[in-house]
Write a protein that binds this ligand. Structure first.
Ligand SMILES: N[C@@H](CCC(=O)N[C@@H](CS)C(=O)NCC(=O)O)C(=O)O
Ligand code: FES
Length: 100
């Protein structure tokens, strides 16, 4: 990403942080490519993906901001988190809504 989860330095990186936060995912490793030109280019070569941010789940490249947003909207992100043993906080939020 650009910047840090606490202080994203680009709207696209910020969007990824916010989507993860919605799902209660705050504990992940983030690397600031603005601090490391080799990482900035190297990660693009590694994933064959031209832009930052890049999201990896269990070391597997998932996509950038647009793809994460899409997965958020179509429910895939909840499923992918489940595969990692992470229960999305959004599921509990939905339950709370049902009660009302
Ligand atoms: N549509 C992209 C948005 C990200 C993007 O366009 N990133 C640009 C601007 S921050 C980028 O990384 N450019 C190459 C660079 O800055 O090294 C996505 O889904 O992630
Ligand atoms: S830093 Fe300008 S769009 Fe990301």
């Amino acid at each position: 990403m650009k910047g840090s989860p606490a202080q994203p330095l680009c709207g696209f990186s910020n969007a990824v942080v916010q989507i993860l936060r919605l799902h209660g995912v705050e504990d992940y490793r983030a690397h600031d490519v603005l601090q490391d030109p080799d990482l900035r280019q190297g990660i693009k070569n590694y994933s064959n993906w031209p832009t930052i941010p890049q999201v990896y789940l269990n070391g597997e490249f998932v996509g950038g901001c647009d793809i994460l947003l899409q997965m958020h909207q179509n429910g895939d992100l909840v499923e992918e988190l489940k595969k990692l043993g992470i229960r999305s906080a959004l599921l509990d939020a939905e339950k709370d809504q049902d009660k009302k």
